[in-house]
Write a protein that binds this ligand. Structure first.
Ligand code: PMP
Ligand code: GLN
Length: 378
């Protein structure tokens, strides 16, 4: 068959989860919690399903959920997003990002992506004829090289994709970073996607700096988020996008013919659950404890850890164990040592290999204990 996408392979998350299942390895690869969401959320989902909330939701999403998002964004980031015009509920953050790209990218447009980058961005841009201009974050601090950014932003640049807190590095970009980006983009015409799915997983008193705090760019910025992360329900695939009114109008032109709307009972259940703010404000501490527990357990190994300031991932160099490529090492670790991880090269446009693998610590204590026991025997 004449493939439209000859270079695209199966996503690394599917590959590593499959390998973990085949070899009964502990799956610290794909990012998802191995514990149940709060029972009240499940009860609420059942309630709405039985009460016959089973037909199409409004195209832009359930009003109660959009109102909640508007209030939360104003409370934390002091910018008002109008629930009717500037907020849309999506089929996870993935669909929000893909749809935003579809809405603005035309053939030949340049798109800046900071690497290591979540694996969805580049293929999505290329599917619409865009040309990715990667900028490598500095190693090992994963900072932005602003000289490089200045030189790469040209009149051809249509979009910059930014991810904060950053998957996979665990880096949190600070207020100064947003200010620098704002200054560089001030006189330019380019759009921004700020992917903020880990907004409530920030550690050590770091505060999440949302692009919602940069009102001068509101008309050009899509902010994407995920209730999968916020409510421990990655399988529900519910997320949202924020954007200025005109930009959101363009987004919805695509959204209406792509998915039209999102699973109805989930939206009501999530809105009820998040009425209790403790259900999301406690996430920072909850995941920080897991990060501390897991990294303490790794301190007796020869892995060299990259500090995780946010997200539910921690990454580490394995160069004290092996000279294999990161993909080969991750494969071997899964098959022989029964711990599955993600090789970092999956997050670069070429096969750049810094000998780093990513662990997901959104797991029960028992899962982390079994993984640590195996990793300490390497
Ligand atoms: N962006 C990043 C950085 C992610 O890590 C993920 C997945 N965890 C997504 C987007 C997609 O989120 P969702 O599962 O809500 O589609
Ligand atoms: N975002 C998750 C991760 O980084 C994976 C999501 C997926 O499998 N598509 O692990």
């Amino acid at each position: 068959m004449n493939s439209k996408l000859p270079h695209l392979e199966t996503t690394i998350f599917t590959v590593m989860s499959k390998l973990a299942n085949q070899h009964q390895a502990i799956n610290l690869a794909q990012g998802f919690p191995d514990f149940d969401p709060h029972s009240s959320l499940i009860e609420s989902l059942n309630y709405y399903s039985y009460q016959n909330y089973n037909q199409y939701a409004p195209m832009i999403g359930v009003e109660k959920l959009r109102n909640f998002i508007s209030e939360k964004t104003e409370r934390f980031h002091h910018t008002i997003y109008h629930p009717e015009q500037e907020i849309t509920i999506t089929n996870g953050a993935s669909q929000a990002i893909f749809t935003a790209i579809a809405a603005v990218i035309e053939k030949g447009d340049e798109v800046i992506i900071f690497e290591p980058a979540y694996d969805l961005y580049k293929p999505a841009v290329e599917m619409f004829g865009g040309i990715v201009k990667p900028i490598q974050l500095t190693y090992p601090d994963y900072n932005i090289d602003y000289e490089s950014l200045k030189s790469k932003v040209t009149s051809q640049t249509k979009l910059i994709i930014f991810n904060n807190p950053n998957n996979p590095s665990g880096k949190i970009f600070k207020a100064e970073d947003l200010v620098q980006i704002e200054a560089i983009l001030k006189d330019k015409n380019c759009y921004i996607i700020s992917d903020e799915v880990y907004e409530h997983m920030t550690f050590d008193a770091y505060e999440h700096q949302s692009f919602a705090r940069i009102p001068s760019l509101k008309d050009r910025t899509f902010i994407t988020a995920s209730f999968g992360k916020l409510c421990h329900v990655t399988g529900w695939k519910v997320g949202y996008v924020l954007a200025g009114k005109e930009l959101m109008n363009e987004f919805r032109k695509v959204h209406q013919y792509n998915v039209f709307s999102v699973h109805t009972p989930s939206q009501y259940a999530i809105a009820d659950y998040l009425d209790d703010e403790n259900n999301y404000l406690e996430l920072n501490n909850f995941f920080q404890e897991k990060r501390d527990y897991f990294t303490k357990g790794l301190s007796s190994t020869k892995f060299e850890l990259i500090p995780a300031e946010g997200t539910y991932f921690v990454s580490a160099s394995f160069k004290n164990y092996s000279e294999l490529s990161d993909r080969e090492f991750a494969k071997k670790l899964t098959i022989e040592n029964k711990v599955a991880t993600i090789p970092f090269s999956a997050f670069y446009h070429d096969t750049f290999d810094e000998k780093v693998i990513r662990f997901c610590f959104a797991k029960q204590k028992e899962t982390l204990d079994s993984a640590l026991e195996k990793l300490n025997k390497l």
